[in-house]
Design a protein. Sequence first.
Length: 405
Amino acid sequence: MLTRVGRPRLGLLGPAFVAAVAYVDPGNVATNVTAGSRFGYTLVWVVVMANVMAVLVQYLSAKLGMVTGRSLATHVGERLPRGPRIAFWLQAESIAVATDLAEVVGGAIALNLLFDLPLVAGAIITAGVAMLILRIGDLRGQSALERVIMGFLALIAVGFMAGLFIDPPAAGPLAHGLVPTFEGSESVLLASGIIGATVMPHVIYLHSSLTTTRLGARGDGHSVRELLSATRTDVVLALVLAGVLNLSLLVVAATSLDGLSDTDTLEGVHRVVGSELGAGVALLFAVALLGSGLASTSVGSAAGAEVMHGLLGIRLPVLLRRVVTLIPALVVLALGAEPSRALVVSQVVLSIGIPFALVPLMVLTARRDVMGEHVNSRATTAAAGVVAAIVIALNVSLLWLTFMG
């Protein structure tokens, strides 16, 4: 039974679910399905590890915004001189573009699968609907946007987990996939993509901005310590859900698609899912992919706007920013590039951008002059350092194998 204390705490949940929808974007879908169909259960451990890392990172981001009342991008912008600040913004903006490319292209693929729309037209529709979703937040407030995003998450969960019930995985191979191992350079590429698609740099920036007002009126009457306790619950619930969905994608691919041809693209996966698991599961997959693209590109747009505002103090009109960030996706599709491969590569770009967001976050939350009594413990700082080290090591390995291997 909910107590008087429990009710408002439930009302404090939500920001992490907005962040979590970016963890199940079309880039995740492409990367996890590719990993499962090519390497079976080999990279299960990467998905699990990435999700554990994401829980820590997103909590630290939310904590920074809640305790200081300023976002990560704002903190970085205040501490860098003009030249380095612009350079930092340029790399962050490139990450936002890579993010938008994955999400818009994914939505376009879904519309093509469902309605046979041309990819370029689908990309424009995806971007337009995303603007309408953001408009809900502008008109009705953050709580309304959170409810909409939670609805999309529910839709995505049904679509991406349906295959598990049709063809459940064997426990033995699944457990073996928890043992860290690789199978050549391509598996390292996919591992880097999985981490980039899970510990997403743009959402590290965004989550800190979602909590800067201490959740608005919902936070009235609660101490910062109580709000942080609710935030931990919010982050764990949201990212466990995102982690289960990502793991489901890889496991379904490993169980039902491993060794089959025509699984290198989402269109091919859709066809094979239909032939192996039935037309109903294929339809749910396509609908979930569309929901993933629409919801995640909305979150990505908000993240890009926050980064620009925090680092440069500039707020572009939503329509102008949407048009600018849409251009790369339209160019990729118009030139005939293979869209599913573009999704996987975009996630590797995200992985390379993670340290630029994670290291400042780790440093700021470890400083008592920034966080006061809520400064990280040494154990928390050490754990964040391990996360950063793993990401950097994977990126160095990826670059070495790509250009020297």
